[in-house]
Ligand binder design. Structure first.
Ligand code: SF4
Length: 360
């Protein structure tokens, strides 16, 4: 099976953010506020913006909610996507209100004519559409446990929906084929990527809580990203959506696909460690996240916090600078050379002040 890889997918512009054709993988999230309460929705979107969310989706369960789109857009900086189920008129209202992208599941929008009217309006307004089909909403697969069967059904359903849009001469399409089972999801994306080159929005749906859901999402998304499949992603968590963005960036950073600027290298500690490294690393992470201009680092930096000097500096040779513990003392190293000593209670402040010299 030959796949369309990231650099071979079509380019789609979502309110100024380009996905596909090898562009950097874009991080998305979704609000969990009531969209009728537009002020709370704006507040949450701003929190998402702060941590680097690049595209945000809101649910529009009603026409009234859709009428809030232009109000919300006025107060945010990132493209806004409308998530619409069942009622095509909500999609039409969202387009009228200036939404940047629609996410629909054509299977639950109803008659072909309704889908067609949404597509026609989106085309006029140059708004892309994500065809997002989830395994849970597929007809005819309930009770079938075979992952391959479910993946094929998911991919076939999406392809049928894609054809409806293609027949209307609409190709401004993004696709997602999510399931909560990793194997089903990966197989479905691979089948689709072997048939069409529309950019792919990756996700493992209903992945779970912050801890379990992050692991499940990263395992599933990691398999696809490693195969060069996927142009944008959302990590779905039963948690504050801000956490989804943080996990997404950590995943992309771990796979060398995006960088947030800072990578922390730290050891798991062992009997050789004579400092409270776990708490030191936690404190460092918290204080580093508070550096306002972290995104303005002159270049991505790696900072090491190691438990001992026996293996510390050697194991962290990749780091730009860092500290390796000793008894009541730490050895400060920079570019592989030892440049000083720092007491454990000063590690965090020393590393933070060194880090600030890298911020432009
Ligand atoms: S760096 Fe030192 S303390 Fe940390 S795991 Fe390795 S040997 Fe143990």
């Amino acid at each position: 099976m030959k796949f369309y890889k990231r650099n071979q997918t079509k380019k789609v512009n979502i309110g100024g953010i380009v996905i596909g054709e090898g562009s950097p993988i874009v991080v998305q999230s979704m609000t969990n506020t009531d969209t009728l309460d537009w002020k709370s929705t704006v507040k949450q979107i701003r929190q998402l913006q702060e941590v680097g969310c690049e595209i945000v989706r809101i649910s529009l369960p009603s026409i009234e909610a859709a009428k809030n789109v232009s109000k919300i857009k006025k107060h945010i900086k990132i493209p806004l996507v409308a998530d619409i189920h069942f009622d095509y008129k909500i999609a039409l209202e969202a387009v009228k209100q200036g939404i940047d992208k629609l996410r629909i599941n054509p299977g639950n929008i109803g008659d072909k004519e309704k889908v067609e009217s949404v597509v026609k309006e989106a085309k006029k307004a140059h708004i892309p559409i994500r065809i997002g089909v989830n395994a849970g909403s597929l007809k005819g697969v309930h009770g079938f446990r075979d992952n391959t069967f479910r993946a094929k059904a998911l991919a076939n359903a999406v392809i049928e929906h894609v054809k409806i849009l293609e027949n209307l001469d609409f190709e401004d399409i993004v696709v997602s084929l999510k399931a909560s089972n990793i194997d089903t999801t990966v197989q479905a994306y691979k089948i689709f990527a072997s048939k069409r080159n529309y950019p792919l929005h990756l996700g493992i749906t209903e992945a779970g809580s912050l801890f379990g859901g992050s692991i499940k999402s990263c395992a599933g998304l990691g398999i696809m990203l490693n195969d060069d499949i996927g142009d944008t992603l959302r990590v779905s968590l039963t948690a504050n959506p801000v956490e989804e963005v943080k996990v997404a960036y950590s995943l992309l950073q771990a796979m060398n696909l995006r960088t947030t600027g800072l990578e922390i290298i730290s050891c798991p500690t062992c009997a050789r460690c004579k400092v409270d490294l776990i708490n030191i690393v936690q404190e460092f992470e918290k204080r580093a996240a508070l550096i306002k201009d972290l995104k303005k680092l002159k270049k991505p930096i790696k900072i090491a916090l190691m438990g001992c000097v026996v293996n510390g500096p050697g194991e962290a040779e990749d780091a730009d600078f860092g500290i390796a513990g000793g008894k009541d003392m730490g050895v400060l190293f920079k570019d592989g050379e030892i440049v000083g000593k720092v007491k454990p209670d000063k590690w965090v402040s020393k590393l933070i002040s060194m880090m600030k010299t890298y911020v432009s």
